[in-house]
Ligand binder design. Structure first.
Ligand SMILES: Cc1cc2nc3c(=O)[nH]c(=O)nc-3n(C[C@H](O)[C@H](O)[C@H](O)COP(=O)(O)OP(=O)(O)OC[C@H]3O[C@@H](n4cnc5c(N)ncnc54)[C@H](O)[C@@H]3O)c2cc1C
Length: 417
């Protein structure tokens, strides 16, 4: 069903009681052509592109909990493509371009707000690194510009240039096409579109193991019984290493809690998104939503320690002293899947018919459309998508790492905290 002005008016007339459900909850059938494990953005996007781009419709998506209830529905929704390595920048920019057309493609307003993403430099050295990053990005055709201190102050009038803690701002850089969008809308829109193309959406169905014969997968064991399929895509974020261990694989992934938090709502005070070791933006409702680093110890628990709350709040107030007057409203956490080089893994597993999309860590929301296209391509053709070739597992053996720790905000942390 479309969301035209006429539909909205018609449903408003009847008290919005007649909207059809986005998808019909399916019961697992005994066998499919392909299964996708994980109903976050990456799994849902892969299901949609499998059906839409590759004509594979006898597909089921298995989610242990509810769609978008993992990191996809818990993140701070920053989208950008200002990554350092050309292979990453191209990949993330492909994703941003898909996001730019996605509301129209899926006929669902994803509330993409390209208000600009700003990073700050806290030393002359950091500003030099940023100018290198801006040049590298311009070489691959991505919009980015360096900001002088007066330009930064115009964009962020409440920013304290120097803090009591001794931090000083020297300038920064901006990607104007970057911004924020509605995270659960992304999950729901992909889920609705995949279902409309014939994909079975099965929630409350945890995959607990795999059926393997002669080195290839033949199906999965679930809490709702076995389901057979010759291809299985795995997109389970913080649970990736747990599920991989059922295949006898050890992935180069550490799972850690990453939390985000919001203040009480206020009138508009922040027009851009500030990114880096501390990231903050203002929601449409007026809350400041912000976050920082992961908790310091590995964990599979979807809750976080108080230490990071204190770090993030003090970093926020150190940058913007005026925000000290706000009340803290709530915080939550997701379990993120971190790789040593802060880049994802999109590859076939050593077990035949099993495909991995993981290692999306603290930065995978922006990558959902491209990650979905890449996983679908891999599952349908058995070949890596050209843009995803560098993100193979093998790089941890060959040493061809794609170090994006700076782009993921990890390098700035010491300057700020
Ligand atoms: C607090 C926070 C802030 C973030 N901020 C940003 C940001 O601003 N920008 C950005 O780009 N990224 C951000 N991220 C990262 C981003 O949210 C993730 O990288 C992305 O959402 C990962 O999507 P996914 O589909 O791989 O995982 P998820 O959305 O976590 O989905 C995985 C799904 O798999 C399911 N699952 C797990 N095990 C099983 C099983 N055995 N059987 C069946 N289902 C299973 C889970 O229930 C879950 O629903 C942030 C993350 C967090 C936690």
């Amino acid at each position: 069903m479309g969301h035209s002005i006429w539909q909205l008016a018609r449903h408003a007339w009847s008290g919005h009681r007649g909207w059809p459900s986005f998808w019909r909850e399916s019961r697992p059938r005994p066998a499919y052509d392909a299964l996708i494990v994980g109903g976050g953005g990456h799994g849902l996007a892969a299901a949609y592109y499998l059906a839409h781009q590759h004509g594979m419709r006898n597909v089921a998506l298995l989610e242990k909990s509810w769609l978008g209830g993992g990191n996809t529905g818990r993140n701070t929704t920053i989208v950008r493509s200002n990554y350092l390595a050309p292979v990453s920048a191209r990949f993330y920019d492909f994703s941003l371009r898909l996001y730019e057309g996605l509301s129209r493609e899926l006929d669902y307003n994803l509330l993409l707000s390209q208000r600009g993403v700003v990073n700050l430099a806290f030393s002359r050295q950091q500003l030099k690194h940023m100018s290198r990053r801006v040049n590298a990005l311009r070489h691959v055709g991505i919009d980015c510009s360096l900001l002088t201190l007066p330009e930064v102050k115009r964009l962020l009038p409440l920013l304290g240039e120097r803090s009591a803690a001794g931090r000083q701002v020297f300038g920064g850089f901006i990607q104007r096409r970057g911004g924020v969008m509605r995270h659960d809308a992304v999950a729901w829109a992909y889920g609705r579109a995949a279902h409309a193309l014939g994909v079975d959406i099965i929630q409350q169905c945890e995959v607990t193991g795999f059926r393997i014969a002669r080195g290839a997968v033949t199906g999965v064991e679930t809490t709702r019984g076995p389901i057979l399929a010759p291809r299985v895509g795995i997109a389970v974020a913080g649970s990736s290493s747990l599920l991989a261990s059922e295949l006898g694989l050890t992935l180069p992934i550490t799972s850690m809690a990453l939390q985000a938090m919001v203040s009480e709502p206020v009138k508009p005070v922040l027009d851009v998104v500030l990114d880096g070791a501390l990231y903050v933006s203002q929601t449409d409702r007026g809350e400041l939503v912000f976050g920082g680093g992961t908790d310091v110890y590995p964990s599979y628990a979807q809750r976080s320690g108080i230490e990071r709350v204190e770090d993030n709040v003090s970093a926020l107030i150190d940058l913007f002293p005026a925000f000290g007057a706000l009340r803290f409203l709530r915080h939550w956490a997701g379990v993120v899947d971190l790789t040593p080089d802060a880049s994802p893994i999109i590859d076939a597993a050593p077990v035949g018919g099993v495909y991995l999309s993981c290692g999306w860590g603290t930065y995978g929301f922006k990558a959902i459309p491209a990650g979905g296209v890449a996983l679908a391509h891999l599952m349908a053709t058995g070949q890596a998508h050209p843009l995803a070739l560098p993100f193979a597992l093998d790089r941890f053996r060959t040493g061809a790492l794609i170090d994006e720790s700076g782009s993921a905000g990890m390098d700035d942390r010491e300057a700020l905290l």
